[in-house]
Ligand binder design. Structure first.
Ligand SMILES: [Zn+2]
Length: 590
């Protein structure tokens, strides 16, 4: 075994030679913005097996243990991975301002800076955060075209998501990559800390175990801990264990750890939980279960006093009967999208005919949450905008954008009767999508590109007038939007909507994603993918996303901000940034 001294010496030489100090990591990372009094795990990783007495950690010149009021735990050869970990878990900082953290181990030194911000005064009774998963500019434009019409270059009205007084651009990159996923992007909104792909509520340290990484507190946890009696709601049309809803409660390195995520939902107990994913609430022995253990979370939630709903009818009944807590799981997996549920009756609509619409879920959630004495924090996700964009099915993604708009309209009606509710509408990341003209069946020629009109030849699409909820009763117009994807796998495209059910662009052949031949009709064009061969679907984009907002605190949104800033505004509006409250301090002393 190499002694720690020689290892450190080697690393110090490497550092002198200008190599990055990858040997040491400090969590929270450099330039972290930390809410005053919020909980986090402080971790330092040092290369090699280093005895505790050789590691020095100071914060603004004082010993870290004294600053945090807690003794560190040093794990030499943590989880057998060869490094040494210095932990002060579940800690917080009690004064706002600039912090410099310095770590020394032998000849090696590293420092990071943090900014701790206070948010002592509550200005909003309620915060409603809408996430359009993957919602990009072209989805928004297409939703406006379909729902409001476009004549001589002017729209027939405003979308609810656009018609808000405050707007910002939000950058979504994570700590490890320019392009993010829905886990770490949601985590940035719910914790104010950036993280890496697939992680939520944790920094991505070296730990092997997905549950051991350094945790950061979520806004749902803060709302419950800091504002006694405040209610929390989580609403989606995906599996409720999926990254965006899970980001409200979860501390996992791997977003796919659904069994753990359900346990974390149970630990926080959001007062309203509506979505899909019932398979992970049932014990393994139930044939509808996808759990790996015998826990029955439906029964456990009932034990906490929750009403349980499995259909839209049951959900509305529970919302109307005075319930204070509701668990609504309407599908074993993801719900169907608006186009399938309302118009085409495809997907799994025949098997689950009474699924709620996102707008109905939002109304039920608000009805229940508004009964709580100290306001509420509600997250509503239109989650299939992303999933349909991955499979290059833009019509379904846009119908679900219109559905998001209707859900936002519900919240705006609630907020209009009061001036105490902050509403934020934002995407978690973009997709590389764009509208480049129209496909017109009347254009001469056989190939897809013959049908494409650009500039003046595009004219305007001729979708039928929408119904009262903004949905055209048919998407199969003769002159359609040419809505294209900049990143795609091999597939066949006829430039037409998929009336038989969501698109499946690829199939697996010899471990490669190849075009799904059943779509390669004589009218379709074979598109050679421009993504790596392993990608079976379209991918996310690094483009900034648009945020719109209204209500107390919304004026803080302007210009371009990082995704972590969304947390900051919500925490500020709810007054969640205070030093430890007397009750907490007493509890800790005891
Ligand atoms: Zn996605």
């Amino acid at each position: 075994m190499i002694g720690w001294r020689s290892l450190l010496l080697g690393l110090a030489t490497a550092a002198l030679a200008g190599m990055p100090a990858a040997a040491q990591s400090i969590y929270p990372l450099d330039r972290a913005e930390i809410l005053l009094g919020s909980k986090f795990d402080f971790k330092v990783e040092v290369e090699g097996e280093v005895p505790a007495e050789a590691i020095g950690v100071t914060i603004n010149g004082r010993d870290a243990a004294a600053v945090f009021g807690k003794r560190p735990v040093v794990e030499v050869n943590e989880e057998g991975l060869g490094h040494t970990a210095y932990w002060i878990r579940d800690t917080e900082l009690s004064a706002p301002g600039a912090y410099e953290v310095k770590v020394t181990a032998g000849n090696l030194a590293k420092s990071v800076r943090w900014q701790v911000f206070a948010a002592p005064e509550r200005r909003a009774r309620n915060v409603i955060l809408f996430i359009g998963d993957g919602l990009s500019m072209a989805h928004r434009t297409a939703a406006r075209v379909l729902a409001k019409g476009l004549v001589e270059g002017r729209y027939g009205g405003e979308l609810a998501i656009d018609d808000m007084p405050h707007m910002a651009l939000v950058s979504t990159s994570g700590t490890d990559a320019i392009v993010t996923d829905s886990a770490n992007s949601m985590s940035a909104y719910t914790t104010g800390h950036k993280s890496c792909v697939n992680a939520m509520g944790v920094y991505c340290a070296r730990n092997k175990s997905g549950l051991k990484h350094p945790k950061v507190e979520t806004i749902a946890e803060l709302a419950k801990r800091r504002n006694a009696g405040m209610a929390v709601g989580v609403v989606t049309n995906t599996e409720i264990e999926d990254a965006t809803p899970a980001g409200m409660v979860a501390h996992v390195r791997r977003r796919s750890d659904y069994d753990d995520i359900v346990r974390m939902f149970y630990a926080l107990a959001p007062d309203v939980m509506l979505g899909g994913g019932s398979a992970y609430f049932l014990p393994k022995s139930d044939k509808a279960s996808r759990r790996k253990d015998e826990e029955n979370y439906l029964e456990k939630f009932k034990g906490l006093g929750y009403s349980v709903a499995t259909t839209a009818t049951e959900m509305k009944a529970a919302a109307g009967n005075g319930s204070g807590r509701l668990l609504g799981l309407f599908h074993p997996s993801n719900l169907d999208g608006a186009l399938d549920r309302r118009i085409l009756k495809k997907g799994t609509v025949a098997a689950y005919p009474d699924q709620p619409d996102l707008a109905e879920e939002t109304q039920a959630a608000i009805d229940i949450l508004a009964r709580h004495q100290n306001g509420f924090l509600l997250m509503v996700e239109s989650g299939l905008i992303d999933k349909f964009s991955h499979v290059l099915d833009w019509e379904r993604a846009v119908y679900d954008t219109i559905m998001l708009d209707n859900a936002v309209a519900v919240a705006k009606r609630f907020a209009a009767e009061r001036d105490d509710t902050l509403i934020i509408v934002v995407a978690d990341h973009a997709h590389p999508v764009s509208i480049i003209g129209t496909y017109d069946d009347a254009r001469p020629g056989e190939r897809l590109r013959d049908k494409l009109g650009v500039y003046n030849e595009a004219k305007f699409p001729n979708y039928p007038a929408p119904d009262s909820d903004g949905y055209p009763p048919s998407v199969d117009a003769s002159r359609r939007l040419a809505f294209v994807f900049a990143g795609f796998p091999d597939h066949c495209s006829a430039g037409k909507p998929f009336l038989g059910g969501p698109f499946k662009p690829t199939e697996e052949k010899d471990d490669k994603a190849v075009a799904n031949e059943s779509y390669c009709t004589p009218q379709a064009t074979r598109m050679e993918g421009n993504l790596p061969f392993a990608q079976r679907q379209g991918v996310h984009a690094a483009d900034d996303v648009v945020l719109t907002a209204m209500g107390p605190g919304a004026e803080l949104f302007k210009g371009r901000v990082d995704n972590t800033y969304v947390f900051r505004v919500m925490a500020t509006a709810l007054g969640l940034g205070k030093p430890g409250q007397p009750a907490e301090q007493t509890a800790r002393q005891n």
